[in-house]
Design a protein around this ligand. Structure first.
Ligand code: DAH
Length: 337
């Protein structure tokens, strides 16, 4: 029958023998001698059955402790041993590693972040809106009455319950003015929808960023300065900006904003259809009817608003000729940003 002393002496013997191991093959021999089928530790385990039940668990514990200690030390020693001389390691450390495919932000998201960053630097807050809206927010409150011809330009998809998908982020102007009193200074990015046939420059869904400022002494030159600063930050300090009279129902006066072509600097090229100018924004002073619709006195407050298309900005900045690239999830396109 085995004794505790025998177990201790095998443990001691293993320690001594391990100290003498110098290479992988002598370590393997030692492993077989102690843990192999007929190994010293293995034989102990086999004899466990012949130990009287009262002592069996004490013996079992000691033998199993010894076994795990031997296994652990062999594994540890093995990892410290140098590869056997003459035989090269199987690993070629000079090979290039495997680069994990890292994702990145979509070019439209990057552009939205860039634009919002410029406006937040000017003190604008970023707010969110809804994509499902009512006629009131998309049209009526924005001074577009039911029978007004400009409804056509902003026509959209309707749901069965009389709601609609917003066709412009201008809806956020109303939502924000209903909840918050001036002074207000916000930008609102988001998706808009129009029943347009998809082609290189049209999509039934695209992104806009709306801006709104309402305060007690806001002038048209505040609008001009703000937008000129914005365009110069985005397209370069030499960018020139021009304001052309236009019509929008929710602003009066209204303008379309052009910037000098960043490609030809005004000489005329493909990018600017040979005009030297590129239209980039709609803007104007908030119409008194819009302020009245949300219970803000147009006598006390004035403001300006603007709206821009994110796809259009991104296409201009990077020379992208087809809006559909943005939505196809083709990594060959996306990887370029
Ligand atoms: N909502 C207009 C559109 O979708 C863009 C726009 C023009 C927004 C003038 C404005 C603005 O806030 O003042 O075409």
């Amino acid at each position: 029958m085995i004794t505790i002393e025998q177990i201790d002496s095998i443990a001691k013997e293993f320690e001594e023998r391990l100290g003498g191991v110098t290479d992988a093959s002598s370590l393997e021999a030692l492993r077989v001698e102690f843990l192999g089928k007929k190994g010293k530790v293995t034989l102990f385990l086999r004899e466990l059955g012949s130990i009287p039940p009262a002592e069996r668990s004490e013996f079992g514990k000691r033998i199993n402790d010894l076994k795990s200690r031997v296994e652990f030390q062999i594994a540890e020693y093995s990892s410290k041993l140098k590869p056997v001389s003459g035989k090269k390691s199987d690993v070629d450390w000079t090979l290039p590693g495997i680069q994990p495919a890292a994702g990145r932000l979509h070019p439209l998201t990057q552009m939205i972040q860039k634009i919002l960053e410029i406006f937040t630097r000017m003190g604008f807050d970023v707010v969110d809106g809804r994509e499902i809206e009512t006629e009131f927010y998309n049209f009526t409150a924005l001074n577009i009455p039911l029978d007004h011809p400009s409804r056509d330009a902003f026509d959209t998809f309707y749901t069965r319950h009389g709601n609609l998908l917003r066709s412009q982020t201008s809806t956020v102007q109303i939502r924000i003015m209903e909840k918050h009193k001036p002074p207000l200074k916000i930008v609102a990015p988001g998706k808009v929808y129009r029943p347009d046939t998809v082609d290189a420059s049209h999509s039934f869904m695209f992104h806009q960023i709306e801006g709104l400022l309402v305060d007690e002494r806001t002038t048209f030159s505040d609008l001009k300065g703000t937008l000129a600063f914005f365009l110069r930050e985005l397209f370069g300090a030499n960018t020139r900006v021009r304001f052309r009279p236009h019509f929008f129902p929710f602003t009066e006066p209204s303008v379309e904003v052009d910037m000098s072509c960043f490609n030809c600097h005004g000489k005329g090229c493909n990018v600017c259809s040979r005009t030297g100018w590129i239209e980039v924004l709609g803007a104007g002073s908030v119409h008194p009817n819009v302020l009245t619709a949300v219970g803000i006195s147009p006598k006390k407050y004035q403001g300006f608003a603007f709206g821009l298309g994110v796809e259009r900005m991104t296409m201009l900045k990077y020379g992208i000729h087809d809006i559909r690239y943005f939505y196809e999830n083709d990594v060959r396109f996306l990887n370029q940003f």
